[in-house]
Design a protein around this ligand. Structure first.
Ligand SMILES: NC(=O)c1ccc[n+]([C@@H]2O[C@H](COP(=O)([O-])OP(=O)(O)OC[C@H]3O[C@@H](n4cnc5c(N)ncnc54)[C@H](O)[C@@H]3O)[C@@H](O)[C@H]2O)c1
Length: 419
């Protein structure tokens, strides 16, 4: 099959290369010219193990990265058009669908009208978006959805840092569809895949993704709230308590247990915006979801709580140097979007601590670009940071920090309970 994929970010580049690996011919469209040039040059625009090798294998063979200027050619030949563009925070926590609708418009401007194609949203979109926004939008333009073209969703469950493995060894494929012809074409996209393929309604397909992300967010907020309860009562070894909790055989040794562990609050691109978006869409539909509301509010208060804890260790001398260990939102990734480290640093600055030095094994440059307003200093060497700081704060659980007690006797605030 021939497939056009809009957006070559974490999801779009992985999807494009994954489909190329399945043997499809893939055009990957990217509007960011710098990102496009990097990919065309055979480099990844972000850190993602395994994806680099897939890019080397498929670039110029089954995978063709292109700009919007070549869209016409790509869409003309495609059986399916996939949308993997961002759906960031919008007004009042709603998902911002601007990128998605602009990619849809770009598709419609070059779409061949004599060919049945399926437009498939892989971006995370709140339940009812396809049925209440996308289909009416296409119908207003005189398109007979289901007859002239199909519309579907195919949510993605990959984790950053494991994008390639999660895509290639997906545990399930979810297809939100409303007509049999689209379902058949999408089953063909995944015809070489052995995992279960579930064809469900459009709203169900969208909902499953939020069910997954909001459960993870809930587990994290639950764990963080429990750590605050424990700190308030006192005399409780929080890390030990959680590790013993994980020994319960009902967890089955699952990696899910890693979400039932306190830290700095959930961050990254997906959990914060998706939890807010599901709360907002349910609220608009007339239901005030109390668990989601409290999950969000617990997460929102974590940077303040952690900054207070750090301030307690640093003391009243605001000139002491605070070394922040870890700037990406999780180990194994250089993604700094919505990273808790930035929020904690911001809170420390509000408390008057301005002597802050950051270190991350891979994300120093990304962080500096993204959060230029925080105006902190950076250190490119782990041991130099330890030498330079008066107090050390672990904000991302990079494995290399686990030896820190052997390297220094300086005070350490282990916000990830990893030591
Ligand atoms: N990052 C994750 O771990 C993850 C996991 C599952 C689902 N998702 C969802 O997938 C979607 C994409 O996430 P991401 O992390 O890959 O985002 P991203 O920001 O890394 O990538 C989006 C890309 O789309 C490009 N783009 C925007 N409009 C375009 C257009 N009209 N034409 C061509 N390119 C365009 C942007 O330049 C950018 O490179 C989001 O809805 C997200 O919630 C993300």
């Amino acid at each position: 099959m021939t497939i056009t994929v809009f957006g070559l970010g974490f999801v779009g580049l992985t999807t494009s290369l994954g489909f190329a690996e399945y043997g499809h011919n893939v055009y990957g469209v990217e509007i960011n010219s710098e990102r496009l040039a990097t990919i065309k040059g055979g480099q990844l625009p972000f850190l993602e193990p395994g994806l680099d090798e897939a890019l080397t294998r498929h670039l110029g063979n089954h995978f063709h990265p292109i700009g919007i200027d070549k869209l016409d050619e790509a869409v003309k030949h495609s059986d399916c058009v996939y949308y993997c563009v961002g759906t960031p925070y919008g007004l009042d926590g709603q998902a911002d669908l601007t990128y998605l609708f602009s990619a849809l418009d770009q598709t419609l401007s070059v779409r061949p009208t004599d060919k049945y194609q399926v437009l498939v949203v892989k971006s995370t979109i709140p339940p009812s978006t396809t049925s209440q926004k996308i289909i009416p939008y296409l119908e207003e333009k005189g398109i007979n959805v289901g007859k002239a073209l199909g519309v579907a969703n195919n949510p993605e469950f990959l984790r950053e840092g494991h994008c390639w493995d999660d895509f290639i060894k997906a545990d399930r494929i979810v297809l939100g569809v409303s007509d049999e012809r689209s379902a058949e074409m999408l089953r063909n996209v995944y015809s070489t895949v052995n995992e279960p393929i579930h064809c469900v309604s459009l709203n169900t397909g969208e909902f499953i993704k939020y069910l997954s992300n909001t459960l993870l967010a809930t587990l994290i907020s639950y764990s963080n709230e429990m750590s605050l309860v424990a700190d308030t009562i006192g005399g409780i070894d929080v890390a030990t308590a959680f590790r013993i909790l994980h020994e319960d055989k009902r967890w089955g040794g699952a990696t899910m247990a890693s979400y039932v562990y306190p830290g700095c609050g959930y961050g990254g691109y997906c959990l914060p915006k998706d939890t807010n978006a599901l709360y907002a869409v349910a609220n608009t539909a007339g239901f005030d979801a109390q668990i989601l509301k409290n999950v969000i509010s617990t997460n929102d208060q974590m940077p303040t709580q952690i900054a207070k804890k750090i301030a307690h260790v640093v003391g009243t001398n605001k000139q002491r140097i605070i070394g922040i260990l870890g700037l990406s939102f999780k180990p194994g990734s250089d993604d700094v979007r919505d990273t808790p480290s930035a929020k904690i640093i911001n809170q420390l600055r509000l408390l008057g601590y301005t002597n802050i030095v950051g270190y991350d094994p891979v994300a120093n440059d990304e962080f500096e670009q993204y959060y230029a307003n925080l105006a902190i200093c950076y250190e490119n060497d782990y041991e130099k940071l330890i030498d330079r700081a008066d107090v050390l704060v672990i904000t991302t659980a990079w494995p290399e920090f686990s030896n820190i007690r052997q390297l220094t006797e300086k005070p350490i605030v282990d916000c990830r309970y990893m030591l």
